[in-house]
Design a protein around this ligand. Structure first.
Ligand code: DGL
Length: 266
């Protein structure tokens, strides 16, 4: 069982920001990554659509006999984790819940969250953080264009820079001590964000999340004894664009297109 793979998924390249951290910490694990590029952006989908999508992906990972699934996607962690968490035999790691706990315990007074429409409308970060410390002020702002900017490698266009600047200015008016990049695609915008504000204002949750996953697998004696294959990458459409846009966090050399039939909820 320990040599069974770890599955990770996201709507596209965003989850690679998590995968790259985890791979650094646990290079001997067997990894399967699924980027659901056909259905992105998840942030504009309904909860029913997201449950259907997550179920198909979990079924795929079950078929692949994984020991654990990393929800390297804030949107599905926020909206579908609680609904599906008891329905599968593998361990499930959700990013929002894991990271909120760690950040809530650090003593910040004002925390900003940038995330997708669906994550912001669920108030998952606010609810989770305030469940550990109700005194923390949590300011949530949706950035609906940022996933498409990142997937299409448009970070340096004037329109993208203006969009980032406008959202950041709105957030800065609340004087946050830290701003959580609450969508795994957003760390791909760190260079633009940090041209307007100090880089250490931003929290890329991938590091916290990967540390927590590694600790958890270690303490439960679930680490692989032997590496059986190099990381495998699957996408539901356009593998070329996925490989091209992946570069910043993990240079994916080979991605295979697969169709999970009932993923098609568009
Ligand atoms: N990267 C995912 C997240 O963390 C999904 C973004 C999207 O497809 O809208 O929320």
């Amino acid at each position: 069982m320990n040599n069974s793979p770890i599955g990770l998924f996201d709507s596209g390249i965003g989850g690679l920001s998590v995968f790259s951290q985890l791979y650094k910490l646990l290079p001997n694990e067997n990894y399967i990554y699924f980027g659901d590029t056909l259905n992105l952006p998840y942030g504009n989908k309904t909860i029913d659509e997201l449950v259907k999508i997550t179920t198909s992906i979990f079924d795929f990972f079950q078929y692949k006999n994984v020991k654990a699934v990393v929800m390297a996607c804030n949107t599905t962690s926020a909206l579908t984790y609680n609904i599906l968490k008891t329905k599968y035999n593998f361990k499930i790691f959700p990013i929002v819940q894991t990271v909120s706990k760690q950040i809530a315990l650090q003593g910040y007074k004002n925390i900003g969250v940038f995330a997708t429409n669906a994550t912001i409308n669920s108030h998952a970060y606010k609810k989770e953080i305030n469940s550990y410390n109700p005194k923390i002020n949590v300011y949530e702002i949706a950035c609906p264009n940022w996933v498409n900017i990142v997937e299409n490698e448009l970070q340096q266009t004037n329109d993208s820079i203006l969009d980032v600047k406008n959202h950041l200015n709105e957030m800065l008016s609340h004087s946050p001590n830290k701003i959580i990049l609450g969508c795994t695609h957003y760390p791909y915008l760190l260079k633009v964000l940090s041209s307007f504000a100090p880089e250490n204002l931003f929290i890329n949750p991938a590091e916290y999340f990967a540390n927590d996953i590694a600790e958890n697998l270690k303490s439960n004696n679930m680490l692989a004894e032997a590496k059986q294959f190099e990381p495998k990458f699957y996408v539901s459409s356009n593998p070329k664009q996925f490989m091209s846009a992946s570069k910043l966090f993990f240079n994916v050399q080979n991605a295979e297109k697969i169709q999970l039939s009932d993923l098609l909820v568009k």
